[in-house]
Design a binder for this molecule. Structure first.
Ligand code: FES
Ligand code: MG
Length: 592
């Protein structure tokens, strides 16, 4: 839009700072924002006021460098004729918050909605990075629907230990095995894990952070290439500046989240998630964003749209490399360019730079073909999630890109093969129960067992714990059996390579079938048919349900904080995005 057509009277911030109909309120709104040196000219001459939603702090090391990047964002905003106003977002540090950081996603969402709605902001830069900061910001931008643009913080530099890449999160699973097997001691354990975090930035693996930032870009909500630039690289500061410049133009163009976050954009995100080997947390967060912008999207869409897509990105935990190689190979635009060659992307989906995703990504050939593969040389075919259901739950998902080749060949690849996985259930009620009993020889766990984790969903363990991927008992580890199939109503870390069936909905605490399974039950998991069932009669199942209800339902521990209680009283299930149910009806609130 040319400068001549810029209509200052349309700016939201005019209502606060230049409203002749209400001089009293205007003066009150204005005087306090003058008190640190802003001039009346800056606030009253029709410059867009741009919020910088700051997710970095000392409590949030993954996002902490946004405190410095914000300076470049401000310079970009200023250069484009806007005024920057930075403000804090409730911190969410994946590795710091007890009982789990995902409890705070909806709290940060609520807080950000109030800020975006209630203050004189014409547009906002969303600083994202660590796992839940990205969905929290996008959910709030979706609800309020003012022009918004994502600035990722970028991943840390690659971790190295004795000449090998150590990926954040992923190394913890490996180091735990080494510790359990007695191959390293506690000192070496800490040293090994710390080697994976050599700089500022978020996890350098394709965990939930790199996934969600890649998907924010695939949705069209960040500038092309933004997701993958490592946090300390010069390009990170440069794109912070460009992002600041661009949001001012977006305000003049009135380019809002509802113009970008369409059904097509969400399907693009699902396809990209399969190709990057993205986290199992993605369906929860992406479905939540869709609900807040009002686009229908179900957990079944993840299999329907995403399962047939091959794995193209060779990053840990599904592959070999880390964030620096991902960026050098071309990042998200190179992945989308590959997918476009096979007609898998809705190329007309609009993005924050005013161009379509097709225009942004066409011809962005990958610079390293071992890191970002072609379809002919994909790391795996059919790499998207599959969705299961049965008498255990209405839906649960499985990340097929981390299943071993043997397991895949036997239970998944040939659609005509009747073979399904059957095993004996070992049931744990929450992570504490698991830690207490996993090594108990009385359980008799062997390689024919399936481990169950329940009481770990949004209500049972407020926020839903990342605990479904359970390690086998020490005595099996020592025999070289490192993973058993796991099923649960909680989540799994995006950095885990475990082939678990997770996000089961409804959870045990909401009356799901997991509440009825008992240790010793035979359980059948048919990946080809998408079924997961306890092998007991309908009568026995009904009797167990009647007993559960007589006892007042599946028990879970009391809340420890007010927010835990509030969230538990109104949270939806993982398949529905774990959103706050009463929040969903509030859409486009900036127009109200
Ligand atoms: Fe923050 Fe992984 S812990 S991104
Ligand atoms: Mg995590």
């Amino acid at each position: 839009m040319s400068a001549q057509t810029r209509d200052k009277s349309k700016l939201r911030s005019r209502l606060w700072f230049d409203n002749p109909d209400n001089p009293g309120m205007t003066a009150l709104y204005l005087e306090r924002y003058l008190n640190y040196g802003l001039t009346r000219e800056e606030l009253q001459s029709g410059k867009p006021i741009i919020g910088i939603a700051q997710t970095g702090s000392d409590l949030s090391p993954c996002n902490r460098h946004h405190l410095e990047l914000a300076q470049r964002v401000r310079e970009g905003i200023r250069a484009a004729g806007g005024v920057a106003m930075e403000f804090p977002v409730h911190p969410i540090q994946e590795t710091g918050k007890r009982p789990t950081a995902s409890l705070d996603r909806n709290l940060a969402y609520l807080g950000l909605v109030e800020v975006l709605y209630g203050y004189p902001l014409d547009g906002v830069v969303l600083t994202t990075g660590c796992d839940k900061t990205t969905p929290a910001c996008l959910m709030a931008a979706a609800t309020v629907n003012i022009p918004a643009i994502v600035l990722s913080g970028g991943p840390m530099l690659n971790g190295w230990f004795r000449g090998e890449r150590t990926g954040s999160g992923t190394i913890v699973w490996k180091a735990r095995e080494l510790l359990a097997e007695g191959k390293i001691d506690y000192e070496k354990f800490i040293e090994l894990v710390s080697s994976s975090a050599p700089s500022v930035g978020h996890c350098n693996t394709m965990g939930t952070a790199s996934t969600m930032n890649s998907l924010a870009e695939a949705l069209g909500m960040s500038l092309p290439g933004c997701a993958a630039i490592p946090a300390p690289y010069r390009e990170r500061g440069q794109i912070a500046y460009e992002t600041g410049k661009r949001i001012v133009e977006m305000v003049w163009e009135d380019l809002k989240p509802s113009d970008i976050l369409t059904r097509e954009a969400f399907e693009n995100a699902i396809v990209v998630n399969s190709a990057i080997g993205g986290s199992t947390n993605a369906p929860i967060h992406i479905n939540a964003i869709a609900r807040h912008i009002g686009v229908p999207l179900t957990v079944e869409d993840w299999e329907r749209v995403g399962h047939k897509v091959p794995l193209l990105v060779n990053l840990q935990p599904a592959g070999k490399y880390l964030g620096e190689e991902y960026h050098r190979a071309g990042g998200v635009p190179a992945v989308i360019n590959e997918l476009m060659k096979h007609g898998l992307i809705h190329e007309n989906a609009l993005t924050v730079n005013g161009k379509t995703i097709g225009e942004n990504c066409r011809g962005r050939e990958a610079e390293d073909r071992d890191v970002i593969r072609t379809f002919d040389n994909a790391l795996m075919q059919d790499a998207g999630f599959i969705v299961l259901k049965g008498n255990l739950f209405d839906s649960a998902i499985m990340k097929t890109s981390v299943i071993s080749k043997e397991f895949r060949d036997r239970y998944l690849s040939n659609p005509d093969d009747p073979d399904a996985f059957e095993g004996r259930a070992i049931v744990f009620d929450g992570p504490e129960d698991y830690h207490k009993r996993i090594d108990d020889p009385a359980l008799g766990i062997d390689e024919h067992c399936i481990l169950f984790m329940r009481g770990a969903g949004p209500i049972g363990y407020p926020g839903a714990a990342e605990v479904v991927n359970m390690q086998a008992p020490d005595y099996l580890l020592k025999k070289g059996i490192t993973s058993l199939p796991c099923v649960g109503d909680g989540r799994q870390s995006g950095t885990s390579g475990s082939p678990s069936i997770l996000n089961a909905s409804p959870e045990a605490a909401a009356g799901g079938g997991l509440a009825l399974v008992r240790t010793g039950d035979r359980v059948r998991i048919d990946l080809r048919k998408g079924r997961a069932d306890i092998l007991i009669s309908d009568e026995e199942l009904a009797a167990r349900r009647a007993e559960l209800e007589k006892n007042g339902g599946y028990p879970y521990p009391p809340s420890q904080t007010p927010w835990q209680e509030i969230q538990r009283s109104m949270v939806d299930q993982l398949s529905e995005g774990m959103v706050l149910k009463p929040a969903v009806k509030y859409q486009k609130v900036s127009q109200t």
